[in-house]
Design a protein around this ligand. Structure first.
Ligand code: NAD
Length: 229
């Protein structure tokens, strides 16, 4: 039986596509305090600013392309069952052809009713005050903001528990509950962690830390796994 490979990705995997991470820029996300644009309090205080911020992120997405790291996952899935769990809100995994992608923190190209988290719509253009869901409530970005529940974490924990190999790419392992997923791994599962600033993670598993950019580190690891298969 082929090993089941689960890959946890963060903002770092999209950095070489030209989407900045915010932890690398002093906690600012495109020059905004993160709590201003990614918290329920920020939305309550200044919804126009929040909408403008995500409208710009949606526009930015049209100008960027998947990079070698996203493409390496497409290659890997030709040889193994692969599941991606991403904290990213961009669609670069999908555009690279990655098939099984679970978005933990929502998606830029989706919006939802402010009142009902289950009323979700595809949305590729700008979102404005006055754009309403079917329930009459204002539409907001379908993004999990700081302090909000992460409904997909249960599914992500199940997928992690079924991993035979676990690869972590481009994430600081500081944002919870995503960072806690490693706690669901069987203790014999080999973990690879690719991030130029990777710190040691406190887990009982065999751990290989690769302090490289995703665009070089991941294709090399993928080639090694395919060769060993
Ligand atoms: P994070 O905490 O996961 O940190 C980013 C990590 O990426 C850092 O550890 C950094 O060392 C690493 N990194 C930077 N360049 C890299 C590269 N070329 N290759 C591999 N690793 C690299 O993520 P964050 O930026 O603090 O963002 C937290 C949350 O904000 C995300 O989980 C997401 O919900 C949202 N966010 C999403 C995007 C996106 O969708 N592309 C971008 C920024 C922030």
């Amino acid at each position: 039986m082929k090993p089941n490979i689960v890959i946890l990705t963060g903002a770092g995997i999209s950095q070489e596509s030209g989407i900045p991470t915010f932890r690398d820029s002093n906690g600012l996300w495109e020059n905004h305090d993160i709590m201003e644009v990614a918290s329920p309090e920020g939305w309550e205080r200044n919804p126009e600013l929040v909408l403008k911020f995500y409208n710009l992120r949606r526009k930015q997405l049209k100008d960027v392309q998947p990079n070698e790291a996203h493409k390496a996952i497409t290659k890997l899935q030709e040889h193994f069952p692969v599941q991606v769990i991403t904290q990213n809100v961009d669609d670069l995994h999908e555009r690279a052809g990655n098939k099984n992608v679970l978005h933990l923190h929502g998606e830029l190209y989706k919006v939802r009713s402010e009142k009902n988290p289950d009323l979700i719509y595809e949305w590729h253009d700008d979102l404005h005050i006055g754009d309403l869901a079917e329930d009459g409530a204002q539409l907001r970005p379908h993004i999990v903001w700081f302090g909000e529940p992460v409904p997909m974490i249960t599914k992500a924990a199940e997928l992690t528990a079924n991993a035979d190999i676990f690869i972590i790419v481009g994430t600081s392992m500081l944002v919870y509950p995503a960072a806690g997923l490693v706690g669901y791994l069987r203790s014999d599962v080999q973990v690879y962690y690719i991030d130029p600033n990777a710190k040691e993670i406190n887990i009982p598993n065999p751990l290989t830390v690769i302090r490289e950019k995703a665009g070089t580190g991941l294709p090399r690891l993928v080639d090694k796994l395919i060769e060993q298969a």
